[in-house]
Design a protein around this ligand. Structure first.
Ligand SMILES: [Zn+2]
Length: 549
């Protein structure tokens, strides 16, 4: 019998498969009912069937698994949309250096004189016969077309001389704050450019060219998230914010047939120039806030800020063009970081800082601690992103301060052996991306793909966090593994919490939005090594269905 106060029937009732709720009080359920885009019942089949009315659609899961729609806490939808339109030279899809160089040569032959040749994913770590590039080497591919090649980690690009000329960068150009136009010993530009502050000046003409295709490109990226099972995406900045990308995002995300919702964290570099993301009527579907900083860089660029130097190796010096005996460096002084964090903290924003090195992360926690002591604030949810060598002895302090971490465990899957043998050595690799330690010490953790840094593959994240296996099957630091349930939380409720959406999405509970995903298999039951084989059958956003199989 229906309760007197229960005045609505469900539009849809799901049953007939496993239901993972990600609600600790009731981790599994037999059935779930949805009305008006919200979950109105979840639990025993009989109890949920009380919501069945004459018009209710009953969906038999036929043994498939229903769980909360996945939440990507850190991604770059605009830059992904752009880069996936470029020539793909990545180690995810190319097997050899010869293949990559041939692709570039063919592009140069096809291109009209003056047309840009832009490529993404150059990766001497995964493709061993690739070398650090230079303007001289790229001139051999073309002198009549500007060439722009971004490495997989996105913190370095290589350009030819024509590209430097078009961008107006000469041997005498000043170095931009936070970026480097690399020069050789005689003061000549090498064609290697490091960090966004410097990269942006060369990239601008390419971005302007792709404006016309913007709508289609972003739509494709939204589909990539949805097909992977994501229903919520945290976008770290809208790049480049001065073009009309935010309007495109707004138009696409607020459309009724958009399968995802999005939260945009604004880039501090934009905020510093007085540029904010203006979304007009911010809704449940699209909102903005926060402030995102970079304090160090990536292993592949040599600017992860470390306590002890990187290894010297053929890969580091010849492959990646990184000087010997370096310990990396931060993008700004600790004092400057503190000023900026204080400023945006005092504006009531959530702070999100890219931190990979042990030295970088310790500095960041110092800064957070100092700012919070001067200007206490409850429920700030300030974040530490990626966590390459998060010092384990700093985790309890971080947890006490209310900080939260989001992890790049894909690095272990794709680059684990190189990290161990050629970049930082086995002792540090064993405690790289130490999510297990963080979980035990009370940090709230999420996992992210950071597209376009890695493909949009949430079940790969879960698999790597659980198995700590590389793509060649080697295990690195198994003490740092998460349980499957912990990893599931890291791509659902924890990620939702980091985006201030935990009361709306991230678990299947009465009153929450009906954002859900139907999977071919149950991640809690499948063999851990097969987690990445799980297929997304369909997703629901606010109860609306999107089919993918
Ligand atoms: Zn990122």
């Amino acid at each position: 019998m229906r309760d007197a106060e229960r005045n609505e029937f469900a539009e849809t009732i799901f049953w007939g498969g496993d239901i993972i709720t990600v609600d600790d009080a009731n981790p599994t359920a037999e059935a779930l009912a949805v009305a008006n885009g919200k979950i109105v019942a979840v639990g025993d089949r009989e109890q949920v069937l009380e919501f069945k009315g004459p018009a209710t659609e009953t969906i038999d899961l036929q043994g498939k698994t229903l769980m909360p729609g996945l939440v990507e806490p850190h991604s770059h939808p605009v830059i992904s949309a752009l880069l996936y339109d470029w020539i793909d030279v990545s180690g995810f899809t190319n097997a050899s250096g010869a293949e990559v160089i041939e692709k570039l040569k063919q592009a140069a032959e096809r291109a009209k004189p003056g047309e840009w040749i832009a490529a993404f994913g150059y990766d001497p770590i995964l493709i061993r016969d690739l070398k650090a590039l230079s303007a001289d080497l790229l001139d051999e591919i073309s002198r009549r077309n500007p060439i722009f090649i971004m490495i997989q980690s996105m913190h370095t690009v290589y350009v030819n001389h024509l590209a430097l000329e078009i961008a107006g960068i000469t041997d005498d150009s000043p170095q931009p704050e936070g970026g480097i136009f690399v020069k050789d010993k005689s003061g000549r530009l090498t064609g290697m450019i490091i960090e966004q502050a410097a990269i942006a000046s060369v990239m601008m003409p390419i971005l302007l060219e792709s404006q016309a295709k913007g709508f289609d490109l972003i739509e494709r990226q939204i589909q990539r998230y949805a097909k992977a099972g994501y229903t919520t995406v945290g976008a770290m900045g809208v790049f480049p914010v001065f073009l009309n990308w935010q309007n495109i995002l707004r138009e696409l995300v607020e459309r009724d047939d958009c399968p995802i919702r999005m939260t945009i964290v604004e880039k501090a570099t934009d905020l510093e120039q007085g540029i904010t993301v203006d979304l007009g009527s911010a809704s449940d579907r699209l909102r903005s806030g926060g402030a995102k900083f970079w304090y160090d860089g990536s292993f592949g660029t040599g600017n992860v800020y470390l306590d002890k130097p990187y290894l010297n190796s053929r890969l580091m010096q010849q492959g990646l063009g990184i000087p010997e005996n370096t310990s990396g460096y931060p993008t700004m002084s600790k004092q400057k970081l503190k000023e900026l964090v204080r400023k945006y903290h005092d504006q009531g924003r959530q702070i999100v800082i890219h931190g990979q090195g042990d030295r970088a992360i310790r500095d960041m926690i110092d800064v957070y601690e100092a700012v919070l002591a001067e200007s206490p604030r409850q429920d700030h949810r300030h974040r530490i992103e990626h966590g390459g060598l998060f010092p384990i002895d700093q985790m309890e302090r971080a947890a006490r301060l209310g900080l939260t971490a989001s992890w790049h465990v894909d690095y272990i899957y794709y680059y684990g052996e190189a990290l161990r043998d050629e970049i930082i050595g086995s002792e540090r690799a064993r405690i790289s991306y130490p999510v297990g330690a963080a979980e035990k010490r009370g940090l709230l953790n999420s996992l992210h793909n950071d597209s376009p840094m890695y493909p949009v593959e949430p079940f790969r994240l879960i698999q790597t966090a659980v198995t700590r296996k590389t793509r060649n099957g080697e295990t690195i630091g198994e003490e740092q593994a998460l349980s499957v349930d912990e990893a599931i939380k890291a791509v659902t409720i924890n990620a939702a919490w980091q985006l201030f959406l935990e009361d709306k999405v991230g678990s299947l509970q009465v009153g929450k939005l009906a954002d859900m995903v139907v999977l071919s298999e149950n991640p809690r039951k499948i063999e851990p090594d097969r987690l990445d084989q799980i297929r997304v059958i369909e997703t629901y956003r606010d109860g609306r269905r999107f089919r993918f199989q």
